[in-house]
Every structure is written in structure tokens, then in C-alpha cells.
Ligand binder design. Structure first.
Ligand code: HGY
Ligand code: MN
Ligand code: MN
Length: 419
């Protein structure tokens, strides 16, 4: 069965916005769908049903990824897709677009009875953002067998373990290593740019060269809680003042290196904080990115030194624990050129650019040739309720994706990006 109107520009937007109504906080602007929450599960079911309605062979795997397959004459398979979790109060396009457009593309190829040598599969990854547990790209790492069982013990901010969260949505944590059922030979991810380069240069299609590497830390600062009125300055071990210096060190490092690296403190908590106490315990996060892993490592060392010095100055203990380290990855040059050829044939201008945002293609790109196609994000806004891409740009991206997939499924396929 063909999904009615799904293949039109309005259809992509309609399903995307419908998926965007599934959120943990319906009263707030934006979309929040953290891993293994009720909203996450509702979205998972909607995606599964959409794949079935599109006539794809659909299933959910052991970590909750949803797959929709269009069988070709061979089991060799080209993958497409993206993630359906979101950041807190995020937008409706980040991740979801690559899934909906992937379903539309496969549905169109099926409806037009396009002969396929290799098979095509759209995968909706269960998690990419790292918004609930201290891990990222859980779905794509699982697909390529790159998760370790220790992750099951990780807890969210409410103290709920990944293990228990999986059980709450009917998954069995002891089976969290999906088998690779098919011979996956390549991955093409379609995504909104999340920056403003395409819009500024009026280019409808972006082709990604390198995805920045990134690491994330949780930093715990322990000082001594004390009376806000009676504790003299010289006797204070103020965890928040020390942490504030560290936040500024992160900010300065970003300012001084913006051409090739960027760092952010996105979350800071003062534990048991009250107005009339000197703060004794603070935790905060660090997100550090660069296209060059060596530069990133050097900046991380510099940051650790800055943190240590702040700790000494304020007499507080500082423990910076890294929980994610994802290397920078170059996209397959074959898929980049293929995408440019396809876009040129469709008379769509292209721009080659790097991605400062992290993506599932970063994980799969180490295992197989991977490519990324971007469409414009209005004003570059992302990870925000006002994230927006026009229906026309959404449709352009799907057309490019569909043609790239068709050619990757049928052409001689040069292996230059994997390994
Ligand atoms: O954080 C990132 O870059 C991605 O959006 N998850
Ligand atoms: Mn994101
Ligand atoms: Mn994303």
C-alpha cells in the first residue's frame, strides 16, 4: 500500500509536525522525547506504523531502533535514517526529518516499482542526543555492535538506570546487542543543517565533508557548604565560585579557538543550594568539539589544567569525568560526489560544508562509507522550538536522498569511506 500524500512536500511536513506533537511536555513549546520515556515510545510506534503503511517490511530491534526495509535482489543493503529522540525543548526537524524523508523516499521507490539491486533500509535510531543518560548515539552504536554492557548501569538525573528504563518500555537489556541482520554497505543521513550557511548562501542542498569530533564531561566540584552571613571570605570553599571560573575558562577557550573548535557548558546544578548558604557542591557539563581530534585533545588538556588551578585557588576538589569521546569522521568522497551529481541533475545548487553538530553518520561512518545531506535551517536555529525548514526545502532534500539511494543501490559502489 502507498501512503497517501506522503510523497508530496506537504506530506513530509505534515508527518513531521505530527511526530512533533509527541512530546513529554505538551504544555511547553518545542519537543522533548528522551530515550525510553512514554513520549519516546509513542513516537516509536508512530514511526513503525508509518513504515508499515508505506509498505516496508518493518521491525523494532533490541534497543528500540525501528527499521523499514525495501528488499532488492541482493541482501547487500544501503541504510538511511536518523534519530527520533530530541534534546529537552528541541525542534521538530532535528533527526525526525531524516526518518520521515527516508520513509517517503522508500515508499516512492516502491510505488514506482524502481528495480533495486541492493536493498534499502530506513532506520529510526532510538537515541543520539545524550539528553537523558550520559551517553550519545546509543541507537547507531548498538547497530554496529559498539555498546558495552556497563552502560546499563548509567543513571539519569532521577537515578533511574538505563537497565530499568529499557525494561519500562518492554525491552530486555541483556539482549541489547542487535545482530546485524544484513550486509550493510553504506549509510546516507539526511538532516537539517542546524546552522545558517545554506540559507545565507541561498543553496538548497549541503554536502558534508567532515563531522566534528566531540567529547562530553561531567565535572563535580566539591567545596564546603557554610553560613552565608558568618563565614569570612578567607574561610570559604565556594564550589559555585570555583565552577564559575571554570565556566569562564570554557567560554574563553571557545572564543580563542572558534575557527577550529568550540566548547559549551550546557548544564550546571548547585546541589542543595539555598539563598543563605555558601554552595558546597556543584556539577556541570562540558561539550568540546573540533574537526581535528588532536586539537581537541590539546584543548581538553588545557581546560583540565585551568580547572585544576581554579580548584586550588578556592580550596575545592574537582573531578572531571569524560563520558563520551566520538572522533571526527570524514564522509565518503564517493557519496559526496554522487550527491553532487544527483543534485545537479535535479538543478539544485550545492554547498560543501563541515558539520559542527554530531550525527549518527559519525558512528556508522567508521564502519562503512557514509554520507550526509543537509537542507537549510531557517536562521540556523536548532535545539529550539523555533527550528524550521520550509516544505519546499524538505521536499528537495527527499528528492536528492531518493535519487542518491537509488543510484547507490544500483551502481557499482566504490568503498572509500569505511573502515
Ligand atoms: O549535539 C549534537 O551536535 C547533536 O545535535 N546531537
Ligand atoms: Mn540534535
Ligand atoms: Mn540530529
Amino acid at each position: 500500500m502507498r501512503v497517501p500524500i506522503l510523497g508530496t512536500a506537504a506530506g513530509i511536513e505534515r508527518y513531521l509536525l505530527e511526530l512533533g506533537t509527541i512530546t513529554e511536555f505538551p504544555d511547553r513549546a518545542g519537543v522533548t522525547r528522551r530515550l525510553y520515556t512514554e513520549a519516546w515510545q509513542k513516537a516509536q510506534i508512530m514511526i513503525y506504523e508509518l513504515m508499515c503503511a508505506a509498505g516496508l517490511e518493518a521491525w523494532m530491534d533490541e534497543v528500540g531502533n525501528v527499521h523499514g526495509r525495501l528488499q532488492g535482489s541482493s541482501d547487500q543493503t544501503i541504510l538511511t535514517g536518523s534519530h527520533f529522540d530530541t534534546v529537552v525543548d528541541g525542534g521538530a526537524y532535528d533527526g525526525a526529518y531524516g526518518i520521515i524523508a527516508g520513509i517517503v523516499a522508500l515508499s516512492e521507490l516502491k510505488a514506482r516499482q524502481v528495480p533495486l539491486h541492493r536493498s534499502l533500509e530506513v532506520v529510526a535510531f532510538s537515541e543520539e542526543e545524550g539528553s537523558r543518560f550520559p551517553l550519545t548515539c546509543w541507537g547507531s552504536r548498538a547497530l554496529v555492535g559498539k555498546i558495552d554492557t556497563e552502560a546499563m548501569l548509567l543513571c539519569d538525573s532521577q537515578g533511574i538506570s538505563l537497565n530499568d528504563a529499557m525494561r519500562s518500555v518492554g525491552l530486555n537489556p541483556s539482549r541489547a546487542h542487535p545482530r546485524r541482520s544484513y550486509d550493510y554497505q553504506g549509510f546516507v543521513e539526511l538532516h537539517v543543517e542546524q546552522g545558517s550557511q545554506l540559507e545565507e548562501r541561498r543553496k538548497p542542498i549541503g554536502i558534508v565533508g567532515t563531522i566534528f569530533g566531540q567529547e562530553r564531561w561531567i565535572v563535580r566540584v566539591r567545596g564546603e557548604s557554610a553560613h552565608a552571613g558568618t563565614t569570612r571570605m578567607a574561610r570559604r570553599h565556594d564550589a559555585l565560585v570555583a565552577a564559575s571560573e571554570m565556566v569562564m575558562a570554557v567560554y574563553r577557550l571557545s572564543q580563542n579557538n572558534e575557527a577550529h573548535a568550540i566548547a559549551t557548558v550546557g548544564l550546571l546544578q548547585v546541589h542543595h543550594g539555598t539563598a543563605n548558604c555558601v554552595p558546597g557542591h556543584v556539577t556541570f557539563t562540558v561539550d568540546l568539539r573540533s574537526a581535528h581530534d588532536e586539537i581537541r585533545r590539546n584543548l581538553a588538556l588545557q581546560l583540565r589544567q585551568d580547572f585544576k588551578e581554579s580548584g586550588i585557588r578556592h580550596g575545592v576538589e574537582v573531578v572531571a569525568e569524560k563520558h563520551t569521546d566520538t572522533a571526527a569522521v570524514s564522509m565518503s568522497s564517493h557519496l559526496q560526489h554522487l550527491t553532487r551529481d544527483v543534485a545537479e541533475n535535479l538543478e539544485l545548487d550545492t554547498l560543501f560544508l563541515d558539520s559542527r553538530a554530531g550525527h549518527d553518520a559519525q558512528i556508522l561512518g567508521r564502519e562503512m562509507p557514509a554520507g550526509m545531506i543537509f537542507v537549510p535551517s531557517h536562521q540556523g536555529i536548532s535545539h529550539h522550538a523555533r527550528e524550521f525548514t520550509s516544505a519546499r526545502d524538505l521536499a528537495n532534500g527527499e528528492r536528492v536522498l531518493r535519487n542518491v539511494l537509488e543510484r547507490a543501490a544500483n551502481n557499482r559502489y566504490s568503498e572509500d569511506g569505511g573502515g
